[in-house]
Design a protein around this ligand. Structure first.
Ligand code: FAD
Length: 442
């Protein structure tokens, strides 16, 4: 059934060079890089802060900025700027595990991103503002519609970036989409205060999960930076859902909080004293929903053999990390090895290929994975990326998407300056401009 809404005039709130929809670091970094190139930018975010999963999902973990030998720095730009500032403020620490992670206070990230956005006077930030539609004309987007406390209005721009994670603009543009054979499940993260010394949470969950209606599952955790007794936890997943479908997103949030409370109940029964729930994520941590077809799909061969691309805009070493629907996690590394974890204690080591003399020390992501031919003033950046299942398992992490955000912002600036379509951007110029702005181009 449908109803017809009355035709009405929509006020144009802003007329800018660039409109970025979605304010995780992907979107914020796109906005900042474009602003530094001189564009006026509208930055639209539906929640109360910038940072996306890193802030609202409580996942304050970014991975290595170096090659696998930890010899050469391969990631710079705004990722490095943010980590350096968080480090200077004493809210970051570095783990030494094989995937070398920086762990930071996610609340402090929110504060820093506010400051960074405010420093750029040509960015208009809009929080609590939901993108809800768009208008096109002659293969160009002319405006997006937004809804916030002022009601419904429009933002006109010369160029648009979709950094919504799910690809909400891609959806409304009718771009061809696909899901991966196994959609990675979401996780409800939370912070809990209590004594975890000599407490094996995985073992507790394995033995007692059915007492509180939890699936057989396991996850990870880290000490919340600057505290001694607060743990950020990601113990469970909500399986068999697609969080880009509204009803399934609602279900996932409610089921996620039920799971958090069930874990808490088990901790209080079988742990070390009293555990207090400090915080639940304000948005369930979504790993994977829809992907959109672009000029190029990144493949597992590209990634694991370290293909070098002339239009590379991102470098990384983060391992292939697939949370599967059989409740396990599989890792693949650039040195040809694999790890399969069925739970946190049982690991099967193996190889995805025989040893070779020279393993790649990092992989690359080319610009063409973000570019489509149909709409000239539009680019997508984020986890809607066009990658196969294995490649996605690696490129989905934030140090990678941050770099894609920066590339999207700089590409937008080139398009606006030269009045050209996104697929006409000269890769050498894009890479040089990124490099001039602090990104590492190899
Ligand atoms: C539990 C979990 C653990 C993870 N662990 C790590 C890790 O340790 N390290 C790591 O680097 N990566 C990790 N990842 C992966 C990584 O966090 C995500 O892949 C990444 O954050 C996705 O970035 P994104 O910018 O595409 O989307 P998001 O971070 O989801 O950002 C999208 C933004 O767009 C906004 N938005 C969406 N729709 C609209 C709309 N219609 N209007 C306005 N705004 C909108 C959202 O509010 C959000 O701020 C993890 C993911 C999960 C779920």
């Amino acid at each position: 059934m449908f109803i017809t809404e009355a035709v009405k005039q929509t006020p144009v709130l802003l007329n800018v060079d660039l409109c970025v929809v979605g304010g995780s670091c992907t979107g914020v970094f796109a906005a900042i890089r474009a602003a530094r190139q001189g564009l006026t930018v509208a930055l639209v975010e539906s929640s109360n802060c910038f940072g996306g999963v890193a802030a609202n999902g409580l996942v304050g973990v970014w991975h290595s900025l170096h090659d696998t030998d930890v010899n050469q720095q391969i990631i710079g730009g705004l990722t490095k700027e943010v980590l350096d500032t968080l480090n200077d403020r004493g809210v970051l620490y570095r783990g030494d595990e094989r995937c070398a992670a920086y762990k930071f206070n996610s609340e402090q990230l929110k504060v820093l991103l506010d400051e960074m956005v405010a420093e750029h006077k040509n960015i208009t930030p809009m929080l609590h503002t939901m993108y809800c539609g768009l208008q096109t004309e002659n293969e160009k987007i002319t405006a997006v519609f937004i809804q916030n406390k002022d009601g419904r209005s429009a933002i006109k721009a010369k160029f648009f970036i979709d950094a919504t994670g799910d690809g909400d603009l891609c959806r409304d543009l009718g771009l061809e989409r696909f899901t991966l054979p196994h959609m990675q499940p979401p996780t409800p993260c939370f912070k809990v205060q209590g004594d975890f010394r000599n407490v094996n949470v995985t073992e507790i969950l394995q033995k007692h999960h059915s007492e509180v209606g939890l699936p057989e599952d396991w996850g990870w955790s880290f000490d919340f930076p600057q505290t001694t007794d607060i743990s950020t936890r990601a113990d469970t997943h909500v399986f068999d859902v697609n969080c880009a479908i509204a009803s399934q997103l609602t279900y996932s949030e409610i089921e996620g909080r039920r799971q958090i409370n069930a874990v808490l109940e088990l901790l209080n029964k079988y742990g070390n004293g009293k555990y207090v729930l400090i915080d639940t994520c304000s948005y369930i941590g979504i790993r994977d929903t829809y992907h959109y077809k672009t000029d190029y799909q990144l493949t597992q061969e590209d990634l694991l053999y370290g293909t070098r691309f002339p239009d590379a805009v991102a470098n990384s070493t983060y391992r292939v990390d697939v949370h599967d629907d059989n409740h396990g996690i599989k890792f693949k590394y650039l040195d040809g090895t694999t790890e399969e974890w069925t739970d946190r204690v049982t690991v099967k080591f193996g190889r995805w290929r025989e040893p070779v003399e020279n393993d790649p020390k990092f992989y690359q992501i080319p610009f063409k994975v973000m570019v489509q031919q149909k709409y000239h003033n539009f680019i997508m950046a984020g986890r809607m990326i066009n990658a196969d299942e294995t490649a996605f398992g690696a490129v989905r992490v934030m140090v990678n998407l941050n770099q894609l955000g920066e590339a999207a912002g700089v590409a937008a600036a080139i398009c606006v300056d030269e009045n050209i379509a996104v697929h006409q951007v000269d890769a050498a110029k894009l890479r040089q401009t990124l490099k001039n702005g602090g990104s590492i181009m190899l």
